[in-house]
Design a protein. Structure first.
Lengths: 205, 205
DNA sequence: ACAGGGACAGACAAGTCTGTCTCCATATCT
DNA sequence: AGATATGGAGACAGACTTGTCTGTCCCTGT
């Protein structure tokens, strides 16, 4: 076991991590790029290491297996895509909580138009591996985390039954993503319209 | 074997276990069973032939390659699942065209509760292979065929802008399927509620 | 009766995958 | 300086994958 944490604080000089690129970062960057675009089974370890300029031994020193890298990738995707790209951007675009909710589909609209649009990683992995697989389960957890963001916004907006609201809302999000993958770049507008009706019915009670 | 043909309306075609003589039928039956449950890349040719009791030479005599079998499987799935299990059943359950439209989500509700629920094959293959792959394109075609059924019902119901209606409706169908894959068996009810609002807004010209 | 086609069985080729291993260079710590 | 840890490059193993090929059997048409 690589036991180097037993030493005191900052026994490693600062230039050790400042000078070169961390191999873990390079691996994760390559994993994000390749897994997002071509799925899990569509990318092999050999391509992963050659694409990140890391040796195979180094790869397996930092990750016990491919599955562990996928788990790290999903975590990274949750931070980069879910939190920073979707939720934070939607909160930035709207003033009220309701506006921020609807802005999710405006962000989707821009996202759908991107040439490198690659659908939702968590849905992809869930369907690719199945709900029984550990990676499928992890994807389900991250999807429910997305639903948690929606539920939080619904509570801020004072909407009725926020958990049920978030589940219905999530149906619109996922459905529009699949439709966009089919080529319907206007799916975000259709989902946004239905989302507005959903808000109205959770407002009056 | 997986004993699930004993319970009620099975997802398998009636001749799945029957055509004991024709090798093509056996291959297609095994393909339907395995591809539906574990995806395309999750099932190899060797398992396919051993599961159907057909020799490898026989397999390749009838299908030039695995892709051709997948195309035949998608066609079979369109007939068995889309046409017979969903559309025909929904039309049977409702009296008016509007009732038949809403009945789609009632059929979904029963389908979601099945233990062998395996999500929508066309979505699975589309996300697994990508929109650029021939199999992904074929899946897109079959998905648009499903949308055609919805559009036809919308026209029978005299709804406004039936093509746009069908696209929005399809978002609800696909989104609820993903949610059901995550474990939300009540996704059909949520989608049905939103579907009702969609009908109302396409009724008033 | 006999020839031929279809099907079964399985070896085999060529390539893929994940994961382990060795060899060597380099950089830091004692 | 010597010891230790980390990195790159790549050979290697074993288990896959798709697809081809060689046999042997059986069933059917003439």
């Amino acid at each position: 076991m690589t036991a180097h944490e037993a030493a005191g604080p900052t026994l490693l000089p600062a230039n050790a991590m400042a000078g070169r690129d961390d191999p873990v970062d390079r691996i994760l960057a390559a994993a994000y790029e390749l897994f997002s675009r071509r799925g899990i089974r569509g990318v092999g370890v050999n391509e992963l290491i050659s694409s990140s300029g890391v040796s195979k031994a180094t790869f397996y020193r930092h990750f016990p297996g491919k599955n562990d890298l996928v788990l790290a990738f999903l975590e990274l995707r949750d931070q980069v895509w879910t939190a920073d790209l979707i939720v934070a951007e939607a909160r930035r675009r709207g003033n009220t909580a309701e506006e921020q909710l609807l802005a999710v589909f405006d962000v989707f609209g821009d996202w759908f138009k991107r040439t490198d649009f690659e659908a939702c990683t968590f849905i992809n992995v869930l369907l690719e591996m199945g709900p029984g697989h550990p990676l499928g389960q992890a994807s389900i957890d991250y999807l429910s985390k997305i639903r948690g963001h929606i539920q939080a916004l619904a509570e801020e907006a004072g909407l009725d039954r926020p958990e049920e609201f978030a589940r219905s809302w999530h149906i619109l999000m996922k459905g529009s993503i699949i439709s966009a993958t089919e080529g319907d770049t206007l799916a975000s507008r259709r989902a946004r319209q239905m989302a507005r009706w959903l808000i109205e019915h959770h407002r009056s009670l």
